[in-house]
Design a protein around this ligand. Sequence first.
Ligand code: ASP
Length: 439
Amino acid sequence: MLKVIKFGGTSMASAAQYAKVKSIVEADPARRVVVVSAAGKQNPADHKVTDLLYLCHAHLRYGVSCDSVFGMISRRYLEIRDDLGLQTDLESELEKIRADMDAGIREEALVSRGEYLSAKLMADYLGFDFVDATQWLRFRLDGSVDKDTSYAALRALAEGRKIVIPGFYGVGPDGSIKTFSRGGSDITGALAAAALDADIYENWTDVSGILMADPRIVENPEPIPRVTYTELRELSYLGASVLHEDTIFPVAEKNIPLNIRNTNDPAHPGTIIMEHFDSDGSETDRRFITGIAGKKDFSIISICKKGLSSQVGALRKIFEIIDAHGISVEYTPNGIDTVSLVVPGKQLEKQKDSLVSRLQEVLAPDRLEVIDGIAIVAAVGRKMAGRPGISGKIFAALGDEGINIRMISQGPQEVNVIVGVENKDFNDTVKVLYNSFVK
Ligand code: ASP
């Protein structure tokens, strides 16, 4: 049994948090591969070390001294070390970083040092070996990860050992440090789990799993005990954010379960994410809806023309025009002789006139309409498939509350029902759906 276990920034923020990490790791001998983030915030007013490192680099770029910012970073790590009573030689590590800064260090190399220092300290504290990300995680020239080479390298390095790996970065073909986008330690953990064919990837953070709805809209939403990769993609795409959105691909490919857990509440089972679940018969398992998510500020472009549906090539022409304007189409709820395209309002904003005149010129529609200020809300649930009455319940609930639905869409896999409402009705729509399906 092997568990790859990743700790986020708040779990690495202080000596007290390191102690929690240690007891979690030591509670289960299968937890042999640990991936860590840089030190995060200890409280809302605190700074993330990675943010400070980006700030440091900006200072260097403009030739401004970053001594005070670098001092804050150094003190954070020295304090954690001293509070834990460790002997780790951080002074030489910090001196080396300082010297590299004077020599014109690249941004990606500098911002990776938060994870590097966290992993050095955590390895010492746990009595595990430190394995640098540059020893195994290889990026290609195009920025993608060379999985075959990386996985083979990590397999060799991890064989028979207990290790701590820094998240967030790896090495490019030219030997220089490359980072993922922000929050990328989640991806490192997923890659490590996939490389080592782990039985589970535990992602420890500061929330007890993924919530059924945004807690800023719904009061005390319930956590989701089990969610499939597909459902999670739908939810995260529309704004539910706990993990970096690229995290699930490496583990989904190998069908490794991903468990989101809370370092501050280790007894809570959190959320399990998997390809498929057999029913466990529990009350929460009988729910049709797994979660509700949404985003504001879309626009709907509707093109109506008699005979449009039977006209060969009409859709191709429409999409070519949209493509040429660099706009992405999110949903296409169509009717006979009407094609509607839901697009991000921000992308459309500056191009609206040119796009509309081009569509008019090429398609000569009977009517062309653009509605701005649309919010998209999705009720996501694998158990909706083949179950009659769910959409009816959604529409009835919204109708009872006087919310006007401007658009409806459902994918062929039936894992979601999507409604478009006016931006002003966004919060109410989320609440109404939550209340009618969860409460
Ligand atoms: N430390 C990096 C960041 O703040 C990566 C991570 O924590 O996942 O974005």
